[in-house]
Design a protein around this ligand. Structure first.
Ligand code: PMV
Length: 323
């Protein structure tokens, strides 16, 4: 019986979070903390999922029941991705899916998006459909919208294409920024953030103060476009100072927290070029850029502020077949 294993990377948002939900651009980099999916075809019309990293063991359902009833949190993205794939490509044969993660889902690197993308890629291979990256992105993005009702899809794009991307809402623009490296320092706050809650809180702010929030989104857009040019030049000093600007705007949206603020100012005091939160805010990670000779001090600054420095490789490869 045919078996395929694929992998897809996690992500870190460099610039433009929140504004990217509302038709603005962002910049995202793929990180080499990967999710793996193995798919085996079954003789039955059943769906089986083993995802022990997210406490899903021996989860079984009939294919016609996909999407119905209570779905365990850890199974949601994979189940809805499979449902969308089967409906789109009129597949009815049973599959057994096993997912495995290189990284903890608590860091906010996007384990749900990476697992969605590697499952769709593996289904495309196992059913010999040869889907393009754009096809895989489109089904993945539909899956996010089906589950969360909102989101830009930037995380799915990073998992599909890899590298460092300039991305506009829903994949209207997906442009690879060809750079050789991205010397990012990543600090984990230890606080778990919920993306949908934060998107909703920004939405509430924009209902109460529409002009202010639109103004912030417009400023973020200008900044993302400047950052794109500086990232392409690999001018990290300038990129760092733009991060600092972006952080002020995120602060104004009310999505930063004291712990992240402390970690960020601590890196600046230690001689970094600039830092910001990465992703929805409310916790998860912050990112910083620093001159090479200041890395040790900046890392210490993060630790002194109560954060944990994570070693991650950025600009990682997109979804791929492992075996
Ligand atoms: O919390 P994360 O890392 O999934 O980032 C969310 C970024 C938002 O712009 C707030 C939402 C989105 O879908 O773009």
């Amino acid at each position: 019986m045919k078996t395929i294993t694929t992998s897809a990377p996690g992500k870190l948002m460099l610039f433009g979070e929140h504004a990217v939900v509302y038709n603005r651009p962002c910049i995202v980099t793929a990180v080499n903390e990967r999710m793996y999916a193995t798919i085996e075809l079954l003789d039955s019309s059943g769906f089986e999922l083993q995802a022990p990293d997210v406490n899903v063991v021996d989860y079984k359902k009939q294919i016609r029941e996909l999407g119905n009833g209570d779905i365990p949190k850890g199974a949601k993205f994979v189940e809805i991705a499979v449902k969308n794939f089967f409906e789109n490509y009129h597949v009815t044969q049973g599959v057994k899916i096993t997912t495995k993660s290189d990284f903890s889902s608590r860091f906010g690197f996007g384990s749900s998006s990476a697992s969605t993308v590697c499952v769709i890629k593996a289904l495309s291979e196992v059913f010999e459909l040869n889907l393009s990256n754009k096809d895989i992105f489109d089904i993945s993005y539909k899956t996010v919208l089906d589950i969360q009702g909102k989101g830009s899809g930037f995380d799915m794009a990073a998992a599909v294409y890899g590298g460092t991307l300039y991305f506009v809402t829903g994949g209207k623009v997906i442009e690879t920024l060809n750079i050789s490296s991205l010397p990012l320092i990543v600090g984990y706050s230890g606080v778990k953030a919920d993306t949908v809650t934060l998107i909703n809180s920004v939405k509430e702010l924009s209902v109460a103060n529409p002009q202010v929030v639109e103004g912030i989104y417009n400023s973020i857009e200008i900044l993302v476009n400047k950052a794109k040019e500086e990232v392409l030049k690999e001018n990290w000093e300038q990129v760092g100072s733009l991060m600092q600007e972006n952080q002020k705007l995120l602060h104004a949206l009310g999505v930063s927290i004291q712990k992240l603020d402390d970690m960020i100012s601590s890196t600046s005091n230690a001689g970094g070029y600039g830092a910001k939160l990465s992703g929805a805010g409310g916790g998860d990670c912050m990112i910083a850029l620093a001159p090479t000779d200041k890395t040790t001090e900046v890392n210490k600054g993060i630790a002194d502020a109560g954060g944990v420095v994570l070693t991650v490789t950025t600009n990682a490869k997109g979804v791929k077949i492992e075996s």
